[in-house]
Ligand binder design. Structure first.
Ligand SMILES: [Zn+2]
Length: 483
């Protein structure tokens, strides 16, 4: 049996074709040509915009001209990951699909059901003559996986609808109604390199094996930030020291799980350092005994380095890092348990003759995001930052529990499956927020059949969930057509 024979065949046949077309992020010419071909073959009007997004349009069925217009949307790129043992070439080879019980997976590569399955559902719907409804659009965006490029650059003419169904969620029975926007802040402090005082004893302090995690989805899980901890230790040490080196955290969208510093102290303070360090370690073990079970903190004597950071700049940067907000800033009043606004103080790095701090702030509410960003900037300004940079900002999607589309979606799900779907929002980015920027009037939901281990060679798609997701899509389109 091949996936073409799985049910619903209208969806799996299209998915099967999609898996044969190479489409790693950034290399989308082939899949774009395939999509244009698909539109032509089915006599659908289509449009390709400047960044390469493809939209196909189907007019309303006779008698449905005044009904709401619906956009079904997925992204055309996929994450290209393979096992070390695989010879797969993502630029040229089709994905080899394998039916494994209730699941479809690939042969040691990502499957690309994220978001090939979303696209397949959109294309199956727009070509299904049995669905009688208002105008329909299928929209395939580019490079969702590498910076949301397609959605960021979309214009209103590519979003011809009242409602948008984003088919890029991965949990059967869950409807997503909100996401967070984000903004990276970068702070640069120029420092003077000085000769490391030779009359000092030098110690290397290492924090390792903290849990870390996603800077949005995990920000309320109680994990420690190694960047915050290293700043806290050095600011509260109570011992005069020379900062020779600091390197903390890494990616702006990950909670820092390692940090390292080298400091020089007066020989007579050696014992005090040992006591203060051990006390700090004991405090952290106590504070994080629930969430951080594996971390390591070490302090060991090292040779004197040649150079160090001038004490004034070192002091200002460490105090700024200690004082800067980190973690949850506010919770949603619309959805219980959802983080609305947060920030992650990600890293402190030495680059050239600069100390560079990075933080990443998120919120579903734009003004809240900027409030937090400005707060952090204020701290950095007080500390005398030489450069303050905002980068890669994108808009969030505020959950609206009173949306008409959401009501129809909940009813449709309940009608089909006898239970209410879970309605949630995520504290991470989705393309939907960016669509809102181009088409602020649109109501949106995001859903999709269950996928597991996406972005890895273990990625798999749950076969029964595809049938459910398809039936739900058809039912919802019919419901919308009754409005
Ligand atoms: Zn995706």
């Amino acid at each position: 049996m091949t996936i073409k024979e799985l049910k619903p065949t209208c969806v799996w046949q299209i998915f099967d074709e999609i898996t044969k077309v190479p489409r790693p992020s950034g290399k989308l010419d082939k899949i774009r040509a395939w999509l244009v071909d698909f539109a032509k073959k089915h006599n659908l009007e289509y449009k390709v915009d400047e960044v390469g997004n493809v939209a196909m349009f189907r007019p309303a069925a006779p008698g449905f001209e005044n009904k709401k217009a619906v956009v079904l949307q997925g992204h055309m790129d996929m994450v290209a990951e393979k096992a070390a043992s695989s010879n797969h070439n993502f630029d040229t080879d089709p994905i080899e699909t394998i039916i494994d019980g209730e699941w479809v997976r690939a042969n040691n590569t990502t499957l690309g059901a994220d978001d090939g399955m979303g696209l397949a559902i959109a294309l199956a719907a727009i070509t299904d003559p049995d669905i009688k409804c208002g105008p329909m659009e299928a929209l395939a965006t580019v490079d969702e996986e590498t910076g949301l490029t397609g959605a960021s650059n979309i214009k209103a003419d590519m979003l011809q609808g009242d409602y948008l169904l984003n088919l890029d969620s991965e949990d059967d029975g869950v409807i997503t109604v909100g996401c967070a926007g984000g903004l990276v802040s970068i702070f640069k402090f120029n420092y003077k390199e000085i000769d490391a005082p030779a009359d000092r004893l030098y110690f290397q302090i290492n924090f390792a094996k903290f849990h870390g995690g996603h800077s949005g989805q995990d920000i309320d899980k109680g994990f420690a930030s190694a960047t915050k901890l290293i700043a806290r230790l050095l600011c509260t040490l109570g011992i005069d020291f020379t900062l020779a080196r600091i390197d903390s955290g890494n990616l702006h969208n990950a909670i820092a799980f390692t940090a390292e510093t080298v400091i020089g102290i007066k020989p007579e303070d050696k014992e005090r350092l040992a006591v203060a360090f051990n006390q700090f370690k004991a405090d952290i073990e106590n504070e994080y005994h629930v969430t951080e079970k594996a971390f390591e903190m070490t302090c060991k004597s090292v040779d004197a380095p040649a150079k160090a950071i001038d004490p004034d700049t070192a002091c200002r940067v460490l105090m700024a890092a200690f004082a800067a907000p980190h973690g949850v800033a506010s919770m949603s009043m619309e959805i219980k348990g959802l983080v609305e606004t947060s920030t992650n103080l990600a890293s402190i790095k030495m680059r050239g003759n600069q100390l560079v701090l990075e933080s990443f702030s998120r919120s579903a509410v734009e003004s809240r995001k900027y409030e937090l960003v400005q707060q952090i900037e204020t701290v950095m300004r007080l500390a005398g930052a030489d450069e303050i940079i905002r980068e890669g900002g994108y808009q969030g999607w505020e959950p609206r529990m009173d949306s008409n589309l959401l009501k129809l979606a909940v009813n449709s799900w309940e009608k089909l499956y006898g239970v209410k779907p879970v309605v949630e929002a995520i504290h991470a980015g989705l393309e939907c927020g960016l669509f809102l920027k181009a088409a602020p009037h649109m109501e949106m939901i995001s859903y999709g059949p269950t996928l597991q281990d996406v972005h890895s060679p273990a990625e798999r798609c749950h076969i029964p969930a595809v049938q459910k997701g398809w039936d739900f899509t058809v039912e919802l389109l019919k419901e919308i057509a009754t409005l």
